[in-house]
Write a protein of this length. Structure first.
Length: 429
C-alpha cells in the first residue's frame, strides 16, 4: 500500500535524499508549500502559509499519512498544524514552541540539568533601558529567542558591542517575532512559561566552548533514542561560524554516553514526544564539563548526505517512521564510506560574486571526485552583505559534501576540489 508523505519545502536535492530510505518505493512524496516560501523568504505570512498548505493537501486528492519537514522556523510549527488537521500523531504545538524558544527552553532545561546550562537571562531589545537591564558580566552572547543559522547572534565583550547588537536585533527581530506571535495565538502555555517574553525578546548567555557536536535522535511514546553523533567544527572570528560537520564523531565514547543521558532528561522536560530532534552540546575537555547548547525539533538536513555516505540512507527515514507511528530501525551502517564531511565554504569580507560554476563544470567536478555533492549558494552579481540567512560574521557561498576512508583523506580531497572550484569574487571597499 502506498503511503503519502507530505514534505514541507521539498526540493530536488532533498527528494534524492528521501529516495535513499528503506521502503522508499512504498512512499509517494508530495511537496507541501513552495521552497521559496519556506527557505529565507523576506517574511513569513503564517496564515497565508497555512491556507496555501491546506489547499495543496486537498488538491492532491489523497489523505496524508505523514507530514515531515527538515527546514528551520516556521517548518516545525506548521508541521504540527497540518498533522493535527488530519488527526496524525505528533508533538503538541505548545511543546514545539517551548523547545524552539531560546529562553523558554532554557527555563525547562534548567529544572532537570542545571549543571549543564550556562548562566542566562532574558532581555527586551526595544526597552530604552535595555543596557541597564543586563545582569550578566561581559562577555556574553545575545541571540533572538526565535531564529536559526546564527542569524542576529552577537558576541558582546563590552558596552559598544552591546549597542551594536541591540541595534541589529531591533532592525531584524520582527522577521521572526511576528510569525511566532501568530503561532502563540493558537496555544495555551503552561503556567511556568512566561508568555510576555515572546519572539520579540532576546536571550543572553555566558559563553560556552569546547568540542561541539550534535546528537541526532527521536522520542517516541516517551522513550528517547539517539542514533548518531556529528562533530561541528567552527572557524572564523571567535569561532562564530560553522566550518564543517564530520560524521561519525571522534568524541570519546564515555563523553557521548554522558550526553545521551543528559538528552534523556532534557527532551522530556520540554514535553516533546513523537518527534525527531537534534540536540547540540559542547564538551570542555579541560574541565570535563558538558554544556547543552540548544534543541531543534527536527532532523538536521545538513547531516542527511553524511548518513547516506556512512549509514547507507538519509535519516529522513527516522522522520518518516516516527510520523507514521513506527519505531525506527536506523542506522544499518551500509554506506560506502567510513567518514563523511560537510564543508561550508565561507568568505569573511564583503564582496560581489563575479563568477559561479556552470552546471557542466559542477558535473565534471562531481565526476572527478566520486560521491561529492556541490551546492553553490550564490549567483553572479550577488553582493554578500545583502544576502539573507547569514550569520553576523561570515557569508556561506557554497557547500561541499565528501566521503572517504578517513578524515585525512577527506580533507585532502576537499582541498583539491576547492582549488578547482571556479567561484570568484570582487572585493567591496
Amino acid at each position: 500500500m502506498t503511503r503519502h508523505v507530505f514534505v514541507i519545502g521539498l526540493d530536488d536535492f532533498h527528494l534524492r535524499q528521501l529516495n535513499t530510505v528503506r521502503h522508499a518505493r512504498e512512499y509517494a512524496f508530495h511537496g507541501l508549500l513552495p521552497y521559496g516560501m519556506m527557505v529565507n523568504p523576506a517574511s513569513y505570512p503564517i496564515d497565508e502559509m497555512i491556507e496555501t498548505g491546506m489547499r495543496q493537501i486537498e488538491g492532491a486528492g489523497v489523505r496524508p499519512d505523514a507530514v515531515i519537514g527538515h527546514w528551520d522556523f516556521p517548518t516545525y510549527a506548521l508541521r504540527v498544524i497540518f498533522r493535527d488537521a488530519f488527526g496524525l500523531p505528533g508533538p503538541s504545538l505548545e511543546s514545539i514552541l517551548i523547545a524552539e524558544h531560546k529562553y523558554w527552553s532554557r527555563l525547562r532545561q534548567a529544572t532537570v540539568v542545571p549543571e549543564n546550562i550556562p548562566a542566562f537571562q532574558s532581555l527586551d531589545p526595544f526597552d530604552e533601558q535595555a543596557a541597564r537591564e543586563v545582569t550578566l558580566d561581559y562577555p556574553f552572547w545575545i541571540k533572538p529567542n526565535i531564529g536559526f543559522s546564527s542569524q542576529m547572534v552577537y558576541r558582546v565583550d563590552g558596552p559598544r558591542e552591546l549597542d551594536d547588537a541591540l541595534a541589529g536585533l531591533r532592525a531584524g527581530i520582527n522577521r521572526f517575532g511576528e510569525p511566532f506571535a501568530r503561532f502563540m495565538e493558537r496555544v495555551s502555555l503552561p503556567d511556568d512559561i512566561p508568555a510576555t517574553i515572546d519572539g520579540y525578546h532576546c536571550t543572553l548567555e555566558k559563553p560556552i566552548d569546547g568540542w561541539q557536536c550534535t546528537l541526532e535522535g527521536y522520542v517516541r511514546h516517551g522513550r528517547v533514542s539517539v542514533y548518531g553523533v556529528v562533530d561541528s567544527i567552527r572557524e572564523g572570528m571567535m569561532n562564530s561560524s560553522f566550518g564543517r560537520y564530520e560524521f561519525p564523531s571522534q568524541l570519546p565514547e564515555s563523553v557521548q554516553a554522558r550526553m545521551i543521558e543528559i538528552t534523556r532528561e532534557a527532551i522530556p522536560a520540554m514535553e516533546l514526544d513523537d518527534t525527531p530532534f537534534n540536540i547540540e552540546y559542547f564538551w570542555d575537555e579541560t574541565a570535563d564539563q558538558i554544556w547543552l547548547l540548544e534543541v531543534n525539533t527536527r532532523i538536521s538536513k545538513s547531516h542527511s548526505p553524511l548518513f547516506i555516505d556512512v549509514a547507507g540512507a538519509s535519516h529522513h527515514e527516522v522522520a518518516i517512521d516516527v510520523a507514521l507511528g513506527h519505531r525506527p530501525s536506523f542506522p544499518r551502517w551500509e554506506g560506502r564510506h567510513q567518514v563523511a564531511v560537510k564543508y561550508m565554504v565561507r568568505r569573511y569580507e564583503d564582496a560581489v560574486v563575479t563568477r559561479v560554476p556552470t552546471s557542466a563544470e559542477l558535473e565534471v567536478l562531481e565526476r572527478d571526485f566520486p560521491g561529492a555533492l556541490i551546492q553553490i549558494e550564490v549567483e553572479e552579481g550577488d553582493r554578500l552583505s545583502e544576502m539573507r540567512g547569514q550569520d553576523a560574521y561570515s557569508y556561506e557561498v557554497a557547500v561541499i559534501f565528501l566521503g572517504g576512508s578517513g578524515h585525512d583523506e577527506v580533507h585532502r580531497l576537499y582541498r583539491e576540489l576547492l582549488a578547482r572550484l571556479p567561484l570568484e569574487f570582487h572585493p567591496v571597499d
